[in-house]
Design a binder for this molecule. Structure first.
Ligand code: SF4
Ligand code: SF4
Length: 427
C-alpha cells in the first residue's frame, strides 16, 4: 500500500480540526463563549484552541463573522497522490445545487473533474441501516441506542458523557462502510491496492478528523478528505458542460435522507425515536439521558449541525435550503433501500473493528490525590469569583478561569479583571 500521509490545507504537521488565521482574529470571544467543550481561550487578543478538547463541531467556524476560524481538510492538489481515485459523495452534497433534478448529474460531474469511480455514501448508509436493524433486534447495546454517524457527538460522549458510551451504536460510519466496500471491489477487479486512493468530500471538520484518525477501525479506510465547498466550485462548470449523463446512482430515498436530521432515525422503522440537531440540543438530550430520562425511547439520532449534515460548515448552501432540496430529490429516487443480502454481507461486516477509547481530557491531574487537591483549590478560587462568565479574563466561564489557574495555564497570580474593575469602583 502507498504511504498514507496526513495532510491538512493549513498545517501539514499537526492534525487539527479547525485553524486560526491570527491576522483576522480580533479577539471578540464569540467563539469562546459558544464552544461546547470550553476548548477555546482568548489571550493576547487572539483565540487559541486546546485541540485535545475540540470535538470538531464547527461552531467556532460558523459563528466567527471575521472568518478567522477555518476548517482543516486536504487540498484538491492531493488528487495527484494516487493513480486510481475513488470518490465518496455524501448525501448532503446533492443539496448544494440549485434546480438539480437528477443526482446522476452530480455523479457524472465527479468523473468529469478527475475521479475514476464514484461510490455513494448514501448507498452504504442503507447497508448500515440494515445492520442497525439487525443489532436492534438481537440486543447487546444499552437502550436507547445512540447513533454514531455524527463524529462530533461521538467525540463529545467519549469526552464528557462516559456513562453513555455503552449506548453507542457499534456500526461503521456510512463513509467508512462505503470506503471499505469500494476499495475491496476495486482490488477484486484487479486494480493494484497501492494505486487506489479513496477520497471523501466532507461537509464538516468533525468527519475530516474522524476519518484521519480512523474511528472504530484498525486503520483509516479513507485516504484523503476534501471539502464540499472545494468540490462545488469545480462541479458547477463540469456539470453544466456534460453532454451525456450515464445512469450511475444506486441509492434509494433512505440513503439520501441520511443527509438531513431524522433521516437515520426514520430509516430504522422504529417508532420510538428522537432526532435532535444543533450542538446545544444534542447536549440537552445527552444531559437528560444521563439523568436517567428517555427510558421508553429506542433510538436517538444526534447531529451537531443544524438540520443534520446539510448544516456542516464546509458546505456552501444554507442548511434549510439544502434540506428542502434533499426532500425534493428523495421523491425522485426508488423507495426500496439496498440490503446487506444484495451484496452477500451480514451485520458483522459493518461492525466497529474495535471499541473507541474514552477520553479523560477534563481531569485535573493523572494522580488522583493531586487531582483532588486541585479540585479543592479550584473550588475555593471559584468562590472568590463574580460568577458572571463575562469572558474578560480570556476563559469562557469563571470555573474555566479557576481551572486555568490551578492547571498553570495562566500565572497563579493572575487576577480576575472584573474584580479589579469592581475594586476601583467600576461596574
Ligand atoms: S470569533 Fe473567535 S476567532 Fe473569530 S474574531 Fe472572535 S475571538 Fe477571533
Ligand atoms: S470546533 Fe467546536 S469544539 Fe472545536 S474549538 Fe470550535 S466550537 Fe470548540
Amino acid at each position: 500500500m502507498a504511504e498514507r500521509k496526513i495532510k491538512c490545507v493549513l498545517d501539514e504537521k499537526a492534525l487539527h480540526t479547525v485553524m486560526l488565521d491570527p491576522d483576522k482574529c480580533v479577539g471578540c470571544v464569540t467563539c469562546m463563549k459558544r464552544c461546547p467543550t470550553e476548548a477555546i481561550r482568548v489571550r493576547g487578543g487572539k483565540a487559541s484552541v486546546a485541540y485535545e478538547r475540540c470535538i470538531g463541531c464547527g461552531e467556532c467556524v460558523r459563528l466567527c463573522r471575521h472568518h478567522a476560524k477555518l476548517p482543516a481538510h486536504d487540498s484538491w492538489d492531493t488528487l495527484g497522490d494516487f493513480r486510481y481515485k475513488i470518490v465518496l459523495p455524501p448525501p448532503s452534497l446533492y443539496g448544494q445545487f440549485n434546480n438539480l433534478e437528477d443526482i446522476d448529474i452530480v455523479l457524472n460531474g465527479l468523473l468529469a473533474i478527475g475521479f475514476d469511480e464514484v461510490y455513494e455514501v448514501g448507498q452504504a448508509a442503507e447497508y448500515v441501516t440494515d445492520a442497525t436493524k439487525t443489532l436492534m433486534q438481537y440486543g447487546g447495546i444499552e437502550s436507547p441506542i445512540i447513533s454514531t454517524a455524527c463524529p462530533a457527538v461521538v467525540e463529545l460522549i467519549m469526552m464528557r458523557y462516559h456513562n453513555l458510551a455503552g449506548h453507542l451504536l457499534n456500526t461503521l460510519a456510512p463513509v467508512d462502510a462505503a470506503a471499505k466496500l469500494a476499495r475491496e471491489a476495486a482490488i477484486a477487479r484487479g486494480i493494484p491496492a497501492e494505486d487506489i486512493g479513496v477520497y471523501f468530500i466532507s461537509p464538516c471538520p468533525a468527519k475530516v478528523f474522524a476519518l484521519k484518525m480512523g474511528f472504530g477501525v484498525e486503520r483509516p479506510y479513507v485516504d484523503r478528505v476534501l471539502s464540499v465547498s472545494d468540490a462545488y466550485m469545480r462541479l458547477v462548470p463540469a456539470m453544466a458542460a456534460l453532454t451525456d449523463i450515464k445512469k450511475m446512482s444506486k441509492m434509494s430515498s433512505t440513503g439520501l435522507s441520511w443527509g438531513i436530521s431524522r433521516g437515520e432515525a426514520n430509516a430504522t422503522e422504529e417508532l420510538k425515536t428522537i432526532a435532535a440537531d444543533g450542538i446545544e440540543q444534542c447536549v440537552a438530550i445527552l444531559e437528560a439521558l444521563e439523568d436517567g430520562g428517555m427510558q421508553d425511547i429506542k433510538f436517538i439520532e444526534l447531529n451537531a449541525c443544524v438540520s443534520g449534515c446539510v448544516g456542516g460548515v464546509m458546505n456552501v448552501e444554507n442548511p434549510f435550503v439544502a434540506r428542502s432540496r434533499l426532500h425534493y430529490l428523495t421523491r425522485k429516487l426508488k423507495n426500496a433501500p439496498n440490503r446487506m443480502d444484495d451484496i452477500g454481507k451480514t451485520a458483522d461486516y459493518f461492525l466497529w473493528e474495535h471499541d473507541p477509547t474514552l477520553k479523560d481530557v477534563f481531569k485535573l491531574d493523572d494522580n488522583r490525590l493531586a487531582a483532588m487537591a486541585k479540585m479543592i483549590e479550584m473550588d475555593s478560587i471559584f468562590e472568590t469569583l463574580p460568577k458572571v462568565d463575562c469572558g474578560l479574563c480570556g476563559a469562557p466561564s469563571c470555573s474555566a478561569f479557576a481551572e486555568d489557574l490551578v492547571n498553570g495555564v495562566i500565572p497563579h497570580d493572575t487576577k480576575c479583571p472584573r474584580l479589579g474593575e469592581n475594586k476601583e469602583g467600576g461596574k
